[in-house]
Design a protein around this ligand. Sequence first.
Ligand code: ADP
Ligand code: MG
Length: 455
Amino acid sequence: MEEIWGQACIKLEQSVGPNNFNHWIKPLRLTALDEGVARFASPTRFISDWVSRHFADDIMGELSRHGQQVERLRFEVIPQEAVQPGASGGKNASRPAAVARELNSTGKAELGAPLDPRFTFGNFVVGKPNELAHAAARRVSEGGPVGFNPLFLYGGVGLGKTHLMHAIAHDYQQRDPSARVLYLSAEQFMYRFVQALRESTIMDFKGMFRNVNMLMVDDVQFIAGKDSTQEEFFHTFNALVDQGKQIVISADRTPAEIKGLEERIKSRLSCGLIVDLHPTTYELRLGILQSKTEAFRQQQPDLQIGNGVLEFLANRITTNVRVLEGALQRLFAHASLLRREITLEVAQECLTDILRTNDRKISIDDIQRKVAEHYNIRLADMMGPKRARNVARPRQIAMYLSKQLTNRSLPEIGRRFGGRDHTTIMHGVRKIEELAGEDLGLAEDIALLRRQLEA
Ligand code: ADP
Ligand code: MG
């Protein structure tokens, strides 16, 4: 088994590049191979998550090439000491070696997460939906007098928030190699904070955070409702802003929409620039597919993609870029394993499962449930006769979303709302259109619900 893995590693190093290989794949140890499942020991959850998201197809492809039919990867987190007995002790003993190595080699981000070398501005395709976010990110990465602090990026899953943040960090660091840039997810922030509390190293923790030139916290919605983490985040945030240090934050919604986030944090977050990444358009998706195909072709010049395949994918996979990329990766793996042109038929066959989930239609049920939950009313009130405004308004919003997001006719929608007449539905839809034009809060509510339903 060791031999198989050793050989696969040689190939993997070539296919993913030495940086990626050393960083992500080398720390893994193959522990078992049976019934189509390859099991690995990984020093951290972070590494295994990353590998399964980015390199699973490469690894399965390589193992399969060595005669092992592998259909799934499984990871077990075993801290490095356990993987390599006799690792050095000391203060950082509990920190997994792979992460420690990353941190020491830069000598900086003692608390941060590693940056993905592929998430650069050069690899980011700009289109209408993301041009504002991209421009803001560019500006921040140039450093200098800070125009907007914090920069708050928000948008649905897989639209490029993390990519842009890493790109800012790369760029900023390149311009000023001595700058201390700290990137981490809000979840990691909390984890480190709790760890510092437990180990009574809170002063070190504070010191390290207060000492950076740029702090980037990804997916900040995670700390909503986690009071003491928020408190600490708020102090860190204030200290840095007061020193004129740049902060970049991302979330899946606007500060105002994050429930359970303290008001003072919301207002502080709103002081900077808030920009959103809109859902992708067909043109952007096609642009991304073309650019990734070009990049792949650099490594594998004989890659053949048939006419209309990229257009087909851009048309059919509309949820998010991550899924789009996954589909493309799979096609590439297929092409290089079989050494065959990827025609439209091959693509359809190879991606049946992805295409199927992307066909998943939003149902009126989903909409009613989501809206009821959002406004804290009972689902039964969606169908029921109550006319009180606090019930009638959400019901109309659900009618409106049903009209917008499904192909159902007005009479059909009427039936699903307790047998109402189609004119009632039409009235509800118009009412919401009208109100959303005047009431910004309502318009934002609807946008949020829409994003959540489409995610
Ligand atoms: P988010 O953090 O918003 O959930 P990510 O930044 O992780 O999304 O993006 C998901 C994947 O899609 C990443 O692999 C990223 O490189 C890719 N991606 C997203 N937007 C673009 C874009 N405009 N150009 C190129 N790749 C993109
Ligand atoms: Mg992200």
